[in-house]
Design a protein around this ligand. Sequence first.
Ligand SMILES: Nc1nc2c(ncn2[C@@H]2O[C@H](COP(=O)(O)OP(=O)(O)O)[C@@H](O)[C@H]2O)c(=O)[nH]1
Ligand SMILES: [Mg+2]
Length: 431
Amino acid sequence: MRRSPIETQSTVQERAILVTVEMKAKEQPEEAVQHSLEELRSLAETAGVETVETVVQYRDSIDAAWYIGKGKVEEIRMLKEMHEANVIIFNQELSGAQVRNLESAIDAKIIDRTQLILDIFAQRAKTREGKLQVELAQLQYLLPRLAGHYKNLSRLGGGIGTRGPGETQLETDRRHIQRRIRDLKEQIEEVKRHRQLHRTKRRRSGVTQLALVGYTNAGKSTLLNRLTKADVLAEDNLFATLDPTSRRLTLPNGLDLVLTDTVGFIQNLPHDLVAAFRATLEEVNEADIILHVVDSSSPMRDQQMAVVEEVLAELGAQGKDRIVIFNKIDLLTPEEQDTLIAKDPWMRISAYSDEDLERVVQYLQDRLEEEEHLYRIPIIRGDLIAKIYRIGGVVRQEEEEAEAESILLRVSARSSILAQVARELEDYRVE
Ligand SMILES: Nc1nc2c(ncn2[C@@H]2O[C@H](COP(=O)(O)OP(=O)(O)O)[C@@H](O)[C@H]2O)c(=O)[nH]1
Ligand SMILES: [Mg+2]
C-alpha cells in the first residue's frame, strides 16, 4: 500500500500496537525502555491514536528484512487480531523495504517513529512556514524510501535486462520530488525574509491565550483536559471555531481563557525534523502566557527545561509572561519536591490532584487580574513613559497644567504585566 506523504491520518480513530526494539549490547535499564515507550504512547495520543498494546523485543542485531524477528512478526499479527488494532507503530526508524514486508505480513498500517512525528507536525502546522517546513521534512523522509515502493511493480513488468515500468516511474517521481524540495527551500527562505520585515502580533480573538509547552509526556494534554473538563460540552460561537487542540477555560471570576496544547518537545528528535518542529511551535508567539509544563519525575528534567527555554528564546518568546508548572510531583518524595525551583514564577503540582488544579486556576486568575494605578512621571523620564506604552496596558493621560514638568498617567493592565515595571514606577505612584 502506498501512502502519500502529504496525507494526514487521525480523523478515523486508530488503535495502535507500539513496538520497540532494544539492542542487548546497549544494556538499557528497564526503566529507560519503559520511559521511551511512554513517550511513544504520548506521541501516539497526540496524533489521535489510542495505544492498545506494547511489545518490547531485545535483539543482538536488526533483521534486514523484518527489523524484528520472524516469530515476533507472527506474535504482533496475532495481537493485532486480538485487539482489533489497525496500526503498528515502531519506536525506531524503518527502511522502505521493512515497512513493505511488515505491512503485508501483519496486514496493518506500519508507521515508524519519524513518520508518526511527521504526521503530528502535519496536523498541527498552522503558519505558512510551518506547513512548508513539514512538507519539506516529509519529502526528505520519503525520498530514500521511494525505491521500496516500486520493487514489486518492476518485478512484474519488463523482461530480463529491461527496465520495468515501475523503475521508470521511480525515476520520474524522484526527479519530481527533488524539484519540489528545491522549490520548498526557496519558498521557506522567502517566508523567513518576510517574517523579519513585519512581525506583527496576530490575535485569533480578543480572548486571553495560554499556551502549554513542554516535552511530550510532561502532562500537557492531561492538564488541558482536566483543567477544562467542565467546559468541553459548552458550545458557543466564539469557541466553536477553535481547533481541537484548544479549549476554553472559564475562571471563577468569569474571565474566559483559551488554553492551547502545543506539539510537545521530543527526546532524540531526528535531526531533519528540527526545523519543522520549531515552525509548528511558532504559535506560542500569539500566547499571552506560556505555561511550561515539566515532568518533574524525569531523570532528564533539568536538560529538558533548558532545551525548552532555549527554543522559546529562539522563537522570540523569551520576554513573554511565563509560568513553570512542575507536574507529577506525586511521583516524588517531599525532599525531592523541595529541589524543584525555576527562574520564572513556578508551581509544583500533580495533574491528578483536584486541589492542585484549583491552585493553578486561582493562580492564573490572580495573575490576570486587572490593576489600575495613577503615576506622576517627570517628563525627563521619557524612557519610562515609553516603557509603559510598550507593555501595552491601557494608558490615559490626565489633564494637567500646561507647563508641568511631569505628566499624570492612568495605567490599567494585568498584574503580571505591571509587575515588569512595578519596581521602577514605585516612586512615581500616586494611587
Ligand atoms: N503520576 C502522574 N502522572 C501524570 C501526571 N500528569 C500526567 N501524567 C501521566 O503522564 C503521561 C503523559 O501525559 P500526557 O498528558 O499525555 O503528556 P503530554 O505528552 O505532555 O500531553 C500519561 O500517562 C499521564 O496519565 C501527574 O501529575 N502524575
Ligand atoms: Mg499530549
